[in-house]
Design a protein around this ligand. Structure first.
Ligand SMILES: Cc1ncc(COP(=O)(O)O)c(C=O)c1O
Length: 410
């Protein structure tokens, strides 16, 4: 077991003293950069600009230490097959310990190209066709497809929204739905799109049920670093040894540091047998042996030197969220919004506008000329909802919200 790490070398702490965060207001032109968010858009009327507030990446320039590490790699000029150095794993371990209070020995890490890649590998490795996998909608669309496209059956343990608009897990429903064919639960923590940062108590109750009913858990914690208002993340696997032994966790620097295009993600598996099976499947079934040169360099620099950048982003995101929630409550009376505890995503309920889902969609795209994610893709309980990404300069956010308010006032 590799337990040693030197924190001063492997992790550069946070604190914003003297840190210049003016880059957050800079509007970076992302058009014509192969960006899915900005370039892969079908406009309802060609030629008219539409503001993308959909796909979950942010419009902020990446932290300087990541850019310089990548520039140094470019300058080197040779891009042969790349592995992950111990130093990079120690940086990830220092990060989970410092940010979430979770000590992860470097042996538990596996590298993969994406958390959703990891989820698909886990589904194929740990369940059989026809078996059941639980998800908790409304939830990130690839959770649905990673189950049904692999020939497994979906069990919907829908989240329940209380009168204050806060979503909670329904464990009574979950217990009733688990049967002998139910093998796995896919947890989203923090939750996209509802923005919940699940409390320790909520996670413990879920863990008890998973242990009692013998479920494996794939815990997608890709948004773990995007907790707002000083909250701290509670990794599901860190709750206790029993749950750790049946949990496979996915984290990544991608959302955190806005480097999703690098395709670097980390799978954490304390159970050596499960980890072995996961790694073997990744190699043998999927032929994924090594890493992308720039992904490795970017990931290591991010976890080692990205903390200050992230802390300034989190402050900015909280201010954006507050502005957006106030604005919507004041100017869009038919739209319900609950401030998210985490992520840079707002889950907007348009069902009291008096318009159908399709009419809202039309209005957003044709009149407001903004592109949000369609809530239906997150599950049947996403009807009437649209997801807005506020990970952008405040000027962009204000302009998008103004356009929506004007369209809905007509
Ligand atoms: C909950 C969740 N999981 C996974 C992903 C995508 O992760 P990756 O690009 O690492 O596959 C996203 C992206 O929005 C997400 O919100």
């Amino acid at each position: 077991m590799q337990l040693i790490f030197n924190e001063s070398q492997d992790y550069e702490g946070s604190g914003l003293m003297g840190f210049d965060s003016s880059f957050l207001d800079e509007i970076v032109d992302r058009r014509n950069t192969n960006s899915i968010k900005w370039d892969r858009i079908t406009c309802p009327e060609e030629g008219l600009p539409i503001l993308p507030m959909w796909v979950a990446d942010m419009d902020f320039r990446v932290a300087e230490p990541i850019l310089s590490a990548m520039q140094a790699a470019v300058e080197h000029g040779v891009f042969g097959y790349a592995g992950i150095p111990d130093e990079a794993w120690r940086a990830v371990s220092a990060w989970t310990r410092t940010r979430y209070g979770w000590y992860v020995p470097t042996e538990w890490f596996s590298y993969t190209a994406g958390v959703i890649t990891g989820l698909n590998i886990a589904v194929q490795t740990f369940t059989r066709p026809g078996e059941k996998i639980v998800i908790q909608p409304p939830v990130y669309p690839p959770f649905h497809s990673s189950v049904f496209e692999n020939g497994r059956n979906l069990v919907y343990n829908n989240l329940v929204r209380d009168d204050d608009g806060v979503y909670r897990m329904d464990l009574v429903d979950l217990a009733a739905q688990i049967d002998a064919d139910t093998r796995m639960l896919v947890l989203c923590s923090p939750h996209n799109p509802v923005g919940r940062c699940w409390s320790r108590r909520e996670l413990e109750n879920l863990a008890d049920l998973c242990i009692e009913r013998n479920l494996l858990v794939f815990s997608d914690e890709i948004h773990a670093d995007l907790l707002l208002d000083g909250r701290t993340h509670c990794p599901f696997s860190s709750l206790d040894e029993k749950i750790a032994q049946r949990t496979i966790t996915g984290i990544a620097p991608s959302k955190t540091f806005n480097i999703a295009g690098l395709k670097a993600s980390v799978i954490i598996t304390p159970n050596a047998r499960l980890q072995h099976a996961f790694d073997a499947a990744q190699r043998k079934t999927f032929g994924l042996y090594d890493a992308n040169t720039f992904a490795v360099v970017g990931m290591q620099a991010a976890y080692q030197h990205g903390a200050q950048w992230l802390d300034s982003v989190l402050e900015y995101l909280a201010a954006n969220r507050n502005y957006a929630v106030d604005f919507i409550r004041t100017n869009l009376p038919g739209v319900r919004v609950t401030p998210p505890e985490a992520t840079f995503l707002l889950w907007l309920d348009f069902s009291s506008t008096g318009l159908t889902h399709d009419e809202v969609s039309e209005k957003l795209q044709r009149e407001a000329r903004v592109l949000l994610n369609d809530g239906r893709r997150f599950g049947v309980n996403g009807e009437g909802f649209f997801r807005l990404n506020f990970g952008c300069p405040s000027k962009t956010l204000r302009s998008g919200l103004k356009r929506i308010a004007e369209a809905f006032s007509r």
